[in-house]
Design a protein around this ligand. Structure first.
Ligand SMILES: Cc1ncc(C[n+]2csc(CCOP(=O)(O)OP(=O)(O)O)c2C)c(N)n1
Length: 307
């Protein structure tokens, strides 16, 4: 368990003055993740909103060493840095404890960077990969990704007479990462800071590859008033749309159980990308989404109970 007073004393490792939209959740995610570190860290980020908005040349909002890599290879970049670190340690040229974190958006993680992420995890580098998942390619204008949910409107899954938005469900990347048999894997949300910070601490203390998928509501692509960002993340968790759980050496554990499971409409209704679903002719899509959420939640409960 993280202690808020202790975390606050550490100071922030992401400065103000970056160019993220007001109400964007990734600055909160970065701050929470870096607050969890006790040793120096080296961070890499794939091309995407996070790298673009925090490192507009010649400035950087990062108060830690930072490497911007291409869209598809931040996991390879950071695994290379980690390998060099291990070599220097072995040669006796370095004795500091340093940790390595790679950040990627869902486009850079679920889609284009999946091969480099899979490779880094399989090779067993001691690094944490954090996917900040805003469920679309936001930096280039809200195109659908494989993390975009069923029925969501994006510029490449537009809503109109011939279309109700994205026709496919989102890929379950967390499950794909669990299938890599890495020692630590989790889902988190910035609305539950203690849960997230504790997960980052656990991941960084794990001697091996680790992965955390964090939901990152996007003010622009999901379209909600800036002040609602964290509430929307909380609704995602409380509707069980985005369950908080961890898988440690193959063992599933729910890290948060909502007292009252909200209906999925509570989460959907705040976002413009689902506005069309509120029409009677699209009611069936909401029912589909609810069914999928219920099925996945039941599955997760069973997985956690059977351990
Ligand atoms: C190989 C490659 N394809 C496409 C692009 C163009 N591009 C840059 S950022 C981006 C979208 C990033 O989306 P995501 O990873 O989800 O991050 P977000 O911007 O949503 O934070 C795209 C398509 C690129 N830089 N490299």
């Amino acid at each position: 368990m993280a202690n808020l007073k202790e975390l606050a004393k550490k100071g922030e490792l992401l400065s103000g003055g970056h160019r993220a939209c007001a109400g964007c959740t990734f600055p909160t995610i970065i701050r929470q993740a870096l607050a969890a570190t006790d040793t120096p860290v080296v961070v890499g980020a794939a091309t995407g909103c996070m790298s673009v908005a925090t490192t507009i040349f010649p400035f950087s909002a990062w108060r830690v060493p930072f490497i911007h890599s291409a869209f598809e290879n931040v996991a390879a970049t950071i695994s290379g840095v980690e390998a060099a670190y291990r070599s220097l340690k072995k040669q006796g040229k370095l004795d500091k404890e340093i940790r390595f974190i790679a950040f990627g958006g869902d486009g850079g993680t679920y889609d284009i960077g999946l091969q480099s992420l899979s490779g880094a995890m399989e090779r067993g580098h001691r690094m944490l990969y954090i996917c900040y998942n805003n469920e679309a390619y936001m930096n280039t204008g809200i195109q659908r990704s494989s993390a975009t949910p069923l029925g969501a409107e994006t510029t490449t899954s537009p809503v109109g007479k011939a279309s109700y938005g994205k026709k496919q469900r989102s890929k379950d990347l967390t499950a794909i990462m669990v299938a890599h048999n890495i020692p630590y894997c989790a889902q988190a949300s910035p609305s539950h800071w203690n849960d997230f910070v504790t997960k980052v601490q656990k991941a960084l203390n794990t001697d091996g590859p680790t992965f955390i998928n964090v939901l990152s509501p996007c003010r622009l692509g999901w379209a909600f008033p800036p002040e609602k960002a964290i509430q929307i993340a909380r609704d995602a968790v409380n509707s069980c749309y985005w369950p908080l759980y961890e898988v440690e050496n193959g063992k599933y554990r729910l890290t948060y159980k909502p007292k009252e499971k909200l209906p999925i409409t509570e989460f959907l209704k705040e976002q413009t990308k689902y506005r069309h679903l509120m029409k009677p002719e699209n009611q069936w899509i909401i029912e589909e989404i609810q069914k999928e959420v219920d099925t996945q939640w039941e599955r997760l409960l069973k997985m956690a109970e059977s351990e």
